[in-house]
Design a protein around this ligand. Structure first.
Ligand code: C5P
Length: 396
């Protein structure tokens, strides 16, 4: 599990989003984190400590003078045990206290006394969020290296619509998981392709393949977790965009080629994970081809541009990584592709082992030779690939 062995102190402040913190605790526990909840007095008006105690399996603290702590220093104890202090939801009032170093209740005292990183997920009405005072406080928290998760935009409990909603519990958990990943690509720009392409025959039919996009999206997430600025150009897929990743949707190989070449020259790394169609119909029919009983005219195919080879041929190319999905002779085909496309690293996988599924088996081929990664979930393999890329980049 992603958070095994991690101790998280969760602070809950007074706002209607406090009810979502219950789901957050459940999801953190599911990832095997130990969760200790501390609530402000206002939070207890929205949801009771009993709920958090039941979900976390730990007593909940609300009072600075809680006699359960032998030395009467709950504010110190709760942060010393924690790998991270997470405050979700974080109200406008709580952010103001944090920005100014106020410590007049258990949670604010605990935040000031902490010796671990602090992550906050703001939640408030959009007018409160937009007020200069709140924005000043947020800017200060940024300067103080406090991670601000969100807020999101959308419907609000007050009936208004706009920025200020707390990001969803799943997204907060993804941010906490990302927080614990080593920042091997901090400050680097990474561009990826993922998924299949779709080459139109007529307005409703086309040539495509069975790529799910899962591996490419996992690599995008792993690169983002490692601190990179990630752009993901993807063909038609049903995958949620990893938080913080810039996604560009395309359909055909020509569109993917154009989107990639537009920004490739300014990137540090390019990773071609997409299963790009090698050929496209020369002329797509303007209208749906009708079945009239006669044999259909042959569809003339033309070769698509090789996106990866074109990026690798730029005057100062990014560090280029290719994927070779093969059904046999993996080693030989992968090595040949690495040479033909003139790229430093190619990732081979047997399609029998990974296509469409959640797990995969990869072999990395580069100048140092061959590195086999044991079968694992795609995100885990993606993180190992990112670590290898970071290592090769550093020693380039
Ligand atoms: O040549 P082949 O399709 O086997 O090579 C696979 C690698 O090249 C993958 O990284 C894929 O994303 C990339 N590729 C590309 N443009 C193409 C064909 C493949 O970028 N037209």
């Amino acid at each position: 599990m992603e958070l095994s062995g991690k101790h998280i102190t969760l602070g809950v402040t007074g706002g209607i989003a406090a009810y979502k913190a219950a789901e957050l605790v459940r999801l953190l526990i599911k990832q095997e984190a130990t969760v200790q909840v501390a609530m402000t007095d206002a939070a207890t008006h929205f949801i009771t400590p009993v709920t958090f105690q039941a979900l976390s399996g730990n007593p909940v603290f609300t009072d600075q003078w809680d006699a359960r702590v032998a030395n009467n220093m709950a504010h110190i104890d709760l942060s010393r045990k924690a790998d991270v202090l997470l405050v979700a939801p974080a109200s406008a009032d709580f952010l103001a206290k944090l920005a100014n170093g106020l410590a007049d209740d258990l949670l604010s005292t605990l935040a000031l006394a902490r010796d671990c990183p602090l992550l906050v997920a703001p939640a408030m009405n959009l007018q409160m969020w937009e007020k200069p005072a709140t924005q000043r406080n947020i800017a200060r928290l940024h300067d103080d290296s406090i991670a601000i998760l969100g807020p999101a935009s959308g419907d609000q409990a007050c009936g208004e619509n706009g920025l200020g909603r707390m990001i969803e519990a799943e997204e907060i958990v993804a941010e906490v998981i990302a927080h614990f990943q080593p920042k091997l690509l901090r400050g680097k720009k990474v561009l990826l392709t993922a998924g299949p392409t779709f080459e139109a025959i007529d307005p409703v039919r086309g040539i495509t393949n069975l790529s799910s996009g899962k591996m490419g999206f996992a690599v995008a997430r792993a690169a983002q977790e490692a601190g990179a600025q990630v752009t993901l150009v993807c063909g038609p897929v049903c995958q949620p965009t990893p938080r913080g990743v810039k996604r560009i949707d395309v359909t055909s190989a020509l569109e993917m080629h154009a989107a990639v070449l537009q920004c490739a020259a300014t990137q540090d790394v390019f990773i071609g994970v997409a299963a790009v169609a090698d050929y496209r119909p020369k002329n797509a029919a303007e209208h749906k081809i009708k079945k009239d009983g006669s044999a259909i005219a042959p569809i003339e195919l033309v070769l698509n541009p090789d996106i990866l080879a074109d990026v690798a041929a730029l005057p100062t190319p990014p560090f280029c990584v290719g994927f070779a999905a093969e059904s046999r002779n993996l080693e030989e085909y992968a090595q040949n592709k690495r040479a033909a496309k003139n790229i430093p690293l190619i990732v081979g996988n047997l399609i029998q082992h990974g296509f469409g599924g959640d797990d995969n088996t990869l072999i990395l081929f580069d100048n140092d030779g061959r590195l086999a990664l044991a079968p694992a979930p795609k995100l885990e393999l993606a993180r190992q690939l990112v670590a290898r890329i970071a290592h090769l980049l550093e020693n380039r």
